[in-house]
Design a protein around this ligand. Structure first.
Ligand code: SF4
Length: 389
């Protein structure tokens, strides 16, 4: 059976963080109950619609704040997945959680039900910075939540942390890095803050009222993560993701390697059989669509071979392992090398990429400017049509 990943979106949070543009809403408990029923129904519908049996290797409950739902509802949803799909023994089953919602009792139930990985949104270990972000937890609450997750029996835990925050100093960031290293999770995701339109930070930024670290300071914070985390035993396997050996997130690797997944829930994206889908975005519209027709797919797209190759490049170059150029060329019917060699030589001379054993990857110097470097390479894919911008 071919592998498959499942993503279940829980679009509720206690409050909206100031930087967040995810598809999430302040919890409405009545609607959330209907939402859980609709989501279980969509899981069954999508399983029945598969054209061939698939083996589920990873399940990811993301959000939003999935841990805001009663543990019983999360267990019921996981049980629905188990009944509808063959879930592989040893499948990775992740729950995203935020510290303010974690209790030892709930997480003990969740662990018993089969969840085996938790991703906890810590973000920072300074009270002032958490307030600036609009996060409802404190550093002490984050530490307690981590202890409760451990006590419940989770031995595969990720902590999300953020840098480049308004008012954050290099020392603040270093304290957060040191603090999470002391906690000792198996996985760390270190994200640089980006300012998105339509968020509270987006509005402040437009008015010039957001005091962000300068670009050099932002890059220096990322550089600090690149030094501190590997020294503490966390290997960087993606631009923003670090793990102890064997604890890389298998679900996210499916995305980065263009594997197939079903996206279930409001606004969830899926990719199956060469087709990309996106569900109704608003929870009420999602619930209505599922009750009307079983599925909530609002749009389908067949990405062109060019779009698929560009995406494979964008995602593959984010991985520390990089891209095997010959395999990439063969997969997309491109000449080998599939990228303009003059460009690659120039980027190599600048120290931004490395070519070894037929693989192309970003160097440490290329990582902080990864978006620019990857976009430049993507624009020079040597398609048979001769396209090289
Ligand atoms: S907890 Fe996460 S998903 Fe919810 S509002 Fe904050 S950043 Fe967004």
């Amino acid at each position: 059976m071919k592998p498959l990943a499942l993503y279940l979106h829980i679009p509720y949070c206690l409050s909206r963080c100031h930087y967040c543009d995810f598809n999430t809403y302040v919890l409405d408990a009545g609607q959330a109950r209907e939402y859980v029923r609709a989501l279980a129904s969509e899981v069954r519908h999508q399983a029945a619609a598969l054209t061939e049996p698939r083996r589920v290797e990873t399940v990811f409950f993301g959000g939003g704040t999935p841990s805001l739902l009663p543990a019983e509802d999360l267990c019921l949803l996981l049980e629905t997945c188990r009944t509808a799909f063959p879930i592989a023994p040893g499948a990775e089953i992740t729950l995203e959680a935020n510290p303010e919602t974690v209790t030892a009792e709930a997480f003990t139930l969740l662990r018993r039900a089969g969840f085996n990985r938790v991703s906890l949104g810590v973000q920072a270990l300074e009270a002032g910075l958490l307030q600036v972000l609009g996060r409802p937890h404190t550093p002490a609450r984050a530490t307690e939540a981590f202890a409760a997750v451990r006590a419940a029996g989770f031995d595969n835990v990720n902590l999300d942390i953020m840098f480049g925050l308004p008012g954050q100093s290099h020392r603040d960031w270093r304290r957060t890095l040191d603090g999470v290293v002391v906690l000792g999770p198996e996985h760390l995701s270190a994200y640089g803050l980006t300012i998105e339109e339509g968020t509270h930070f987006g509005r402040l930024h437009r008015r010039g009222a957001l005091r962000l670290p300068r670009e050099e300071a932002h890059l220096a914070m990322y550089g600090e993560a690149l030094r501190v985390l590997p020294a503490a035993g966390y290997r960087r396997y993606e631009v923003s993701n670090f793990a102890r050996p064997g604890f890389e997130c298998r679900h996210n690797l499916t995305y980065w390697r263009q594997g197939e997944y079903l996206g279930l829930g409001a606004g969830a994206h899926g990719y199956l059989g060469g087709v990309r889908t996106v569900n109704e975005r608003l929870p009420a519209a999602y619930i209505a669509a599922v009750s009307r027709r079983g599925s909530a797919v609002a749009a389908r797209e067949h990405p062109s071979p060019v779009a698929q190759a560009e995406e494979a490049l964008l995602l593959g170059l984010r991985l520390a392992s990089g891209i095997d150029l010959a395999a990439f060329a063969a997969r997309f019917g491109l000449p080998d090398p599939p990228v303009d060699p003059t460009l690659l030589t120039r980027l190599e001379d600048l120290g931004l990429v490395a070519l070894s054993g037929g693989s192309l990857r970003l160097t440490e110097a290329g990582l902080p400017v990864s978006d620019t470097v990857i976009a430049e390479i993507a624009a020079c894919l040597a398609f048979p049509s001769g396209v090289c911008a």
